[in-house]
Design a protein around this ligand. Structure first.
Ligand code: CUA
Length: 152
């Protein structure tokens, strides 16, 4: 090995140790973390569906490889849903069959749409953005019931 190569090799090794040490110091002693995806925050971590009015609901939908969370939602007929969609990992899509809802699920961002379900039935939703091996399994449904026996 040439002398200059050896020096470059040793220098880059020292820099590697320095940077790694800096990251570890920031993480352990300064409590500094790398930026996280917005879905690590409330409310995407806890309640995903809650009632905001007599006929209105808020639904936070989290997309990830390869499922939606929640994948099944039950609501009474006539519900208006404020829909917030985001992704935990990569870009996904979100489309509700038979409804004018077509959103992107983007990590670090939240996309919003309001939708009203006037007809009872099952509304399937699916990922419409190719996102890998099990993209075709990314689906779920919103069940609109004509009469609810209990709360959502
Ligand atoms: Cu997620 Cu395709």
């Amino acid at each position: 090995m040439d002398k200059s190569e050896k020096i470059a090799f040793i220098l880059s090794g020292m820099l590697l140790v320095l940077f790694f040490g800096g990251i570890m110091y920031a993480a352990v002693f300064e409590d500094i973390d790398v930026p996280t995806c917005i879905t690590n925050m409330e409310p995407f971590e806890s309640d995903t569906l809650f009632q905001t009015g007599p006929d209105s609901y808020e639904l936070q939908l989290l997309a990830r490889m390869w499922a939606f969370q929640p994948s099944e939602v039950r609501l009474p007929v006539g519900s208006t849903v404020d829909l917030y969609v985001t992704s935990q990992d990569i870009i996904h899509g979100f489309k509700i069959e038979g409804k004018n809802v077509n959103l992107m699920a983007v990590p670090g961002a939240i996309n919003y749409m309001r939708v009203t379900f006037d007809e009872p039935g099952e509304y399937f939703f699916a990922c419409h953005e190719f996102c890998g091996a099990a993209h075709h399994t990314m689906a779920g449904r919103i069940i609109i019931e004509s009469e609810m026996t209990e709360g959502p």
